[in-house]
Write a protein that binds this ligand. Structure first.
Ligand code: FES
Length: 654
């Protein structure tokens, strides 16, 4: 039977004014994400979060009235994008509450002086060597390749090199075009940590003339939420340009578990790989555009990501990552030709991915440990990457233990009534005055749209310090303020009133939100206690805390200790490192020493599976208080160093 061709439909997204062609019946959220429209989809298209609401301005979609829509909204043309199928040409408006502001995706990373790996030399694994060769004569008519290898041996004392076939294919023409002066690109292929001088080199490219100044590579951090890319100048050891995009896989699931579930659908794995490669290609295009660098001068790509992101990029079925006993396909992934994955670079460009430790402790954490130099120093360091998974590492130059804490999505605004990711308009600062009135700061100083993870921590600490909630996270309902009221999820506190917000609705924090945050912070703290106990130490023994991750950059240490997320240590022991994963990816591009170390560090890290650990469960239950059931764990908080719990009003110090 002849297959019917799907009817094409035009879809316009406002206010970005992006127009794309889609097929009749296509899912509107998928079309938006594929078109690069910055739309929120916190539940990854399951229909349960209601964050993907759009307004159909013109045309028709097929979509039901769901529990996430009021009748009034439905009549106004509001629909959940993930629950809508395209019927005719449509014009769709992304309202402010559903929009992810791109501008904030370029928020500055805080650098971390003193928390970066040291002792390495600038010796990129990708090198460019300029050679001048004598032209062949009738007396000296050895092959072009033998001539090149002879020249490299003479000029650089290099031998035992392998050659990529595509370099051989270019050789004859390049030598003659360059009048026997060429630039050879080599890549370290075998690492020998004990005999660094014996690293094996492979010739991967030949260019006519001297092109040593055009020498670049790319470093990527593939995060579950965002993809960060940097173009690196390997001649001068600097970052030339930086670009961040939302991970396009977000439309297929907000977290790694839902992405793994999607990958099991027909062609699901292929789709997830394809969209993250689109992210990478788009970032490369933008970086080249910003700098004027020629694509053919990119010689290498270094990628760090969690185990699921790495496997999805490489097209490896991640199914067993989420099935007990939680096994990744490999802990060390051999380098792969980038173009074979669909990445738009030359055919000699290798893609290096960081080794993983376990299913939920991936290359991003290894990269962070390498980049921050935790493995080089004697002091006991607690490395914490706060996100949905909440990975933690404890150790020093002699040993490293690690675990993933399953903190849940609260730190990224998930499961919170007015939660949102940290983009423009997200409330990130919230202090509460003695008269119970809040002082609010938003990202980009924009009108408030919702509350992000760091805002949530600050708000809960503020509520606790002001005595509006007790240590059990419940509201004191006897206070003289109308900000505490009864809402649809029980008691809530109004952070911003409707006339102050971008959404035209009150922004509140509910008891359920506070409970979700308490569970998330309890998982992180219990993880820290369990790891320290596993090596016969306590949290108080930690000499340094390194906080990594985009979210980590903006958290307030004092408030995080107040709620019991971070251990109560002298404040000068805390350091922010920014995107540790990208830092490690960058350093491995600059130094073969660091590249050697990456594999060694992954081998040093012992993983603790916390999900079935009794100690962890006990610690977790004890941590479900603000800051903790055992007050002795948080001496400075209980002593009221900030004038907080001691001066609580309302007598809710439970
Ligand atoms: S309801 Fe559509 S993405 Fe969550």
């Amino acid at each position: 039977m002849k297959k019917q061709k799907a009817t094409k439909r035009k879809v316009r997204f406002n206010p970005d004014n992006i127009e794309v062609t889609a097929k009749q019946g296509d899912n509107l959220l998928q079309v938006a994400i594929n078109a690069g429209v910055a739309i929120t989809a916190a539940c990854g298209g399951n229909g349960t979060c209601g964050t993907c609401k759009v307004i159909i301005e013109k045309g028709e979609v097929e979509s039901q009235l769901t529990a996430k829509l009021s009748t009034e909204e439905y009549e106004r043309g509001v629909r959940q994008a993930c629950q809508s199928r395209i019927i005719t040409d449509v014009t769709v408006n992304i309202p402010v509450a559903s929009r992810l502001e791109r501008a904030v995706l370029t928020r500055e990373e805080k650098e971390a002086p003193g928390a970066i790996a040291t002792g390495w030399q600038f010796n990129p694994p990708l090198r460019k060597l300029y050679v001048e060769l004598p032209p062949p004569t009738i007396e000296d008519n050895i092959s072009d390749l033998d001539r090149l290898l002879r020249g490299l041996k003479k000029q650089y004392h290099l031998s035992n090199m392998s050659v990529h076939f595509s370099a051989v294919q270019k050789l004859a023409a390049a030598l003659r075009k360059g009048k026997w002066k060429v630039t050879v690109t080599t890549l370290v292929t075998a690492l020998k940590t004990s005999e660094r001088q014996k690293r094996r080199l492979r010739i991967i490219d030949i260019q006519p003339g001297d092109t040593r100044e055009q020498h670049y590579s790319l470093a990527f951090d593939i995060g579950t939420t965002t993809v960060h890319g940097q173009l690196l100048d390997l001649t001068h050891g600097r970052v030339m340009a930086h670009k961040i995009e939302l991970n396009r896989q977000a439309g297929y699931g907000a977290d790694v578990i839902s992405r793994i579930a999607y990958s099991q659908k027909p062609k699901g794995l292929q789709k997830l790989q394809q969209v993250v490669v689109q992210n990478i290609n788009n970032i490369i295009k933008e970086l080249l555009h910003q700098t004027g660098v020629d694509r053919q001068n990119i010689g290498h790509i270094s990628v760090a990501g969690n185990t699921t992101m790495t496997q999805l990029l490489l097209g490896l079925d991640p199914k067993y990552i989420r099935l007990t006993p939680y096994t990744p396909t490999a802990s060390f992934f051999p380098p792969v030709r980038a173009d074979s994955l669909g990445i738009d670079v030359g055919d000699t460009v290798n893609l290096f991915t960081f080794p993983a430790v376990a299913s939920y402790v991936g290359g991003d954490i290894v990269s962070g440990i390498v980049g921050s130099g935790v493995y080089q120093r004697p002091e006991l360091t607690y490395y914490i990457d706060i996100g949905t998974n909440g990975e933690i590492v404890l150790g020093n130059q002699d040993w490293l233990v690690t675990a993933s804490c399953s903190a849940g999505p609260a730190f990224e605004g998930g499961g919170i009534r007015h939660g949102m990711v940290a983009t423009a308009g997200a409330i990130e600062d919230c202090d509460i005055k003695p008269d119970y009135e809040p002082v609010v700061g938003t990202i980009g100083d924009a009108a408030p749209k919702g509350i992000c993870g760091s805002g949530l921590i600050n708000t809960v600490a503020g509520l606790l310090n002001a005595g509006i909630i007790g240590r059990n996270g419940h509201f004191n309902t006897d206070l003289d303020t109308d900000r505490v009221r009864e809402g649809e999820d029980g008691y809530e506190y109004v952070i911003c009133r409707a006339d102050e917000t971008a959404t035209g609705q009150d922004i509140v924090i509910t008891e359920v939100d506070i409970d979700n945050l308490m569970r998330a912070k309890a998982a992180m703290y219990a993880g820290c206690q369990t790891l320290t106990k596993s090596v016969s130490l306590t949290c108080a023994d930690i000499e340094r805390v390194i906080i990594a991750g985009a979210f980590g950059n903006s958290i307030n240490v004092e408030n995080s200790i107040t709620i019991g997320l971070l251990p109560d240590l002298p404040r000068d022991r805390f350091t922010f490192i920014g995107n540790g994963s990208l830092l490690g990816a960058r350093l491995t591009s600059f130094s073969t020493d660091i590249l050697d170390d990456a594999r060694r560090v992954a081998g040093m890290m012992t993983n603790f599976e916390l999900s079935e650990n009794t100690d962890f469960m006990n610690n977790y239950i004890a941590a479900l208080f603000l800051p903790h059931t055992h007050t002795g764990e948080f001496p400075s908080v209980m002593a009221g160093e900030r004038g907080s719990l001691k001066t609580q009003k309302g007598g809710l110090t439970v």
